[in-house]
Design a protein around this ligand. Structure first.
Ligand code: NAP
Length: 489
């Protein structure tokens, strides 16, 4: 058996309920496809409503014990889980590449970032502070934080490990229990992670995993009064649906939704460095990232130089199977992702944009069978084109010229999204103005990086509600209780 076959063979393919691996009640399974080859690599249990109810039962049973567990003990378990994830990073990375497609080095980086989330919240749980407030007549007002109860977590395929650890870590750190529904494209990263949570000593039922029928599972999670919160990362369309479905039970929500990040290059920016950072940021996960630079605004005086260097750098991006040495960009996740990008490019070209490089699917030789797309630069992009407003989620860099700072702020903010934004300049006054005026949850100033375990991550407008990561990440997983303590009876 090859190493990859061994890794695939070992990954659990059942539901994880109450600490046990079980089949779906109806016995059904879903196929998992390798996007680099189009081949089915595994079949995973297709859970539904009944399985979700069972998972909620298990989470409900586990909740009182876990909520009462000494914080130091919770932290010790989470530290053990961190160490296990780190020591299994290589095989978790291969598994992720097999089902998701990203280059294995990037997959390993994601696994390790996920481990850092667990470590961060193992530390942070000791600092779930309350406060005291002076009250009238000698009364002491106490403000304390309590776990919510059961959290329903729903996660996407683009970061199949770190989107899970980002939710589970603050949830269990604060004493909650969880029912997780991972993406059907990438269930093995979730189940393999859960096997390590179990090995690390997490009590049965604290985290449960139901793979399968999204509507059925989502319907039960949002409709149940026993579930106190939905933590969702995914598309804005599904986020809005879950928001609506959660109204009846007045559930807490955190929604990490789509983005359409502007990447703004002012004339005084160091062109070579910015081109390098842009290409690295854009081709991370082949552009299938909510924070991916999707609209590249370049100030007129450097437009020609910048665009020329960008096209040259993009031509050097090596596309291939993520398991192969030296690959920068893997496949897209599915056939429909290719159709979406083709549509955006055709629309832009029809309305006057130029396809400077790329602009087509790759199908020859090793690309046959997979969902590969040529790294693409579009020039002369305007507001008239769909790509200006639609999230791309692929390897396309649309270049949009601008003249003034005020103009580019207006262009950058002309979107329903408000997740990540980036700009490059040396001028302190411009840094101050743009940092304030850009309507985004996160701003990278002379930096293409905005996601760190210790810093709050999240968007405004249609990009979502709440924050993950950082000290703020725990706020979404606790209730604030006020106690008026009167010492005199
Ligand atoms: P998606 O289609 O919204 O799916 C996300 C998750 O929701 C999947 O597990 C999906 O399962 C599930 N889902 C779909 N319909 C559901 C329903 N009716 N009830 C319950 N669950 C349901 O998004 P995606 O294509 O996987 O991920 C890409 C999107 O995620 C992009 O828009 C990207 O910007 C966004 N994203 C945002 C962030 C952030 O932090 N803001 C991070 C990463 C990704 P099924 O696949 O079975 O439908």
């Amino acid at each position: 058996m090859s190493r990859t076959d061994e890794i695939l063979d070992k990954a659990p393919k059942q539901l994880f309920i109450g600490g046990q691996w079980v089949d779906a009640e109806n016995g059904e399974t879903d196929a998992v496809v390798n996007p680099a080859t189009g081949q089915v690599i595994a079949h995973v249990a297709r859970g539904g409503a009944a399985d979700t109810e069972k998972a909620i039962d298990a989470a409900e049973k586990a909740f009182p014990g876990w909520a009462e567990t000494d914080p130091d003990q919770r932290a010790a378990i989470m530290r053990r889980i961190t160490d296990l994830i780190v020591s299994h990073a290589d095989e978790l990375a291969v598994l992720m590449t097999l089902e998701q497609g990203k280059p294995v080095a990037q997959a390993r980086g994601e696994v390790l970032i996920g481990a850092e989330s667990v470590r961060w919240y193992a530390e942070e749980l000791r600092r779930i502070y309350g406060e005291t407030v002076p009250g009238p007549n000698g009364q002491l007002f106490l403000v304390q934080k309590e776990p919510l109860g059961i959290v329903g977590a729903i996660t996407p395929w683009n970061f199949p490990s770190s989107m899970i650890t980002r939710k589970i870590s603050p949830a269990i750190a604060a004493g909650n229990t969880v029912v997780l529904k991972p993406s059907p494209e990438t269930p093995l990263s979730a189940t393999a992670l859960m096997a390590l949570f179990k090995e690390g000593g997490l009590p049965d039922g604290v985290v449960n995993v139901v793979t399968g029928d999204a509507r059925a599972i989502g319907g039960v999670l949002t409709g149940s009064d026993r579930v106190k919160k939905i933590a969702f990362t995914g598309s804005t369309a599904v986020g809005k649906l879950l928001f609506g479905q959660s109204a009846d039970t007045v559930k807490k929500l955190s929604l990490e939704l789509g983005g359409h990040a502007p990447f703004i290059v002012l004339a005084d920016a160091p062109v070579d460095r910015v081109v390098t950072e842009l290409v690295a940021t854009k081709f991370r996960n082949n552009g299938q990232v909510c924070t991916s630079p999707n609209r590249i605004f370049v100030q007129q005086p450097i437009l020609e130089e910048f665009t020329g260097k960008l096209i040259a750098a993009v031509k050097k991006v090596k596309v291939g199977n993520g398991l192969d040495e030296g690959v920068d960009a893997g496949p897209l996740i599915r056939e429909d992702a290719i159709a979406k990008i083709d549509g955006q490019i055709a629309d832009a070209a029809k309305k006057g944009a130029t396809v400077a490089t790329g602009g087509h699917r790759l199908t020859d030789g090793a690309f046959a069978g997979g969902y590969f797309y040529a790294p693409t630069v579009l020039t002369g992009v305007t507001r008239a084109m769909n790509i200006f407003y639609q999230e791309t989620f692929g390897p396309v860099l649309p270049v949009i010229p601008f003249h003034t700072v005020d103009e580019v702020i207006d262009l950058a903010n002309d979107t329903e999204y408000g997740l990540a934004s980036y700009f490059y300049t040396k001028d302190p006054a411009t840094i101050g103005k743009m940092s304030r005026k850009l309507q985004y949850g996160m701003v990278g100033v002379n930096s293409g990086a905005v996601a760190f375990p210790q810093a709050p991550f999240g968007g405004i407008k249609h990009s979502g509600l709440g924050r993950e990561n950082g000290r703020q990440g725990i706020d979404g997983y606790v209730n604030t209780k006020f106690i008026n303590l009167n010492y005199e009876v």
